[in-house]
Design a binder for this molecule. Structure first.
Ligand code: SAM
Length: 330
């Protein structure tokens, strides 16, 4: 079991399998991004070794993310090999966060390998708006992907980043749609990660305000549920669906943080909002045995900071860290 300096057990790792994405969401990336040379990326075999080392150290949940995890070539072979840890019972959950563009193709296979839940990022149900937010996304493909996931038996959670003046008139509609489809919904505050083309202060919408607004229309019953992530949940009386709120700015939940993130080049970030990192690629490549790798992981965990200090306001209108979410893995 890995325990950090603040007595938190680390049982969850989020692994970015690529920094590339087929979308260019305005709050996430600049339109012209420079991606890492492919040779710097960990191979799928190395990613499997890395994830397995975490499982050996007590990790119970792995989330594959990116960039867009499903655009990584042969990604299903990694999902397939990691599935052995589900079958052995050492891993409780293997899941992924996706923009949904490739789900139509992969949903059945994901289910076959033991994946039971996926988070799909969808900020709007309006096709024109979807185009404006994602720049390169195709709404109909995402909708087909979400439908395929549902058909395959995957439990779908929709992640919606709350953006002032962009989609803040759509929460009721999204709640209704998710309720009808049987999907959970999580709203996320926009975080100051990496330079983008626009101004984040203009898009930032505190979810404390949104919750108060929603409570006037919907019956929100607080739930004790934790899914191992940072969301706090409420049941929506009228739809029966679950609403999660991820509020790293208005209220951070760092005291219960149970996770670390690894980039596609094998850098481990102990906190999404801090610069400190631990290089896992060198020890991974230095020896075929896992001892050096385990040691590097444990040394990193021993430096896990207490929390992040995200602020978005006029005086702090710059990224908290230089890395985009697509690098650290959202
Ligand atoms: N491509 C996948 C997807 O779209 O879900 C996985 C990676 S994406 C970076 C993961 C999540 O991070 C998405 O839900 C996205 O909306 C969110 N995200 C990206 N940049 C963000 C930011 N600056 N603040 C809050 N959420 C962000």
């Amino acid at each position: 079991m890995m325990i950090d300096p603040f007595e938190r057990a680390i049982t969850y790792v989020r692994v970015s399998v690529t920094d590339r994405c087929d979308f260019r969401c305005v709050y996430c990336m600049a339109e012209n991004m420079t991606f890492l040379p492919k040779k710097d990326l960990l191979s799928l075999e190395e990613l499997d070794r890395l994830c397995s080392a975490f499982v050996d150290l007590g990790v119970r949940k792995i989330r594959l993310t990116g960039g867009e995890p499903l655009v990584r070539r042969n990604i299903m072979s990694l999902v397939g090999t990691l599935g052995r840890h589900l079958r052995s019972g050492r891993l409780e959950e293997l899941t992924l966060t996706t923009n949904g563009s490739q789900l139509d193709r992969y949903a059945d296979e994901l289910y076959g390998h033991g994946v039971r839940r996926v988070n799909v990022s969808l900020d709007t149900l309006d096709p024109a708006r979807f185009q404006a937010i994602t720049r390169w996304g195709r709404y109909d493909r995402v909708m087909a992907g979400i439908a395929a996931a549902k058909r395959a038996g995957l439990h779908v959670k929709i992640n919606m980043v709350a953006l002032k003046g962009v989609n803040d008139d759509e929460f009721d509609r999204m709640i209704t749609w998710c309720g009808a489809e049987g999907f959970d919904l999580t709203l996320i505050e926009t975080m100051p990660l990496g330079d983008i083309d626009g101004d984040r202060t203009e898009q930032y919408l505190p979810l404390s305000m949104v919750r108060a607004r929603l409570a006037r229309r919907w019956t929100l019953i607080d739930l004790p549920d934790r899914t191992g992530g940072p969301a706090r949940y409420a049941r929506i009386g009228e739809t029966g669906g679950r609403l999660g709120l991820i509020t790293p700015l208005t209220h951070n939940f760092c005291e219960s943080c149970n996770r670390v993130r690894v980039t596609c080049t094998g850098q481990m970030y102990m906190c999404l909002g801090q610069e400190d990192e631990a290089d896992l690629r060198r020890p991974l490549r230095a020896s075929e045995a896992d001892e050096l790798l385990r040691q590097a992981i444990l040394e990193g965990i021993a430096r896990k900071p207490k929390g992040h200090d995200f602020v978005i306001d006029r005086r702090h209108n710059r990224p908290a860290v230089k890395r985009h979410m697509s690098v650290t893995g959202g």
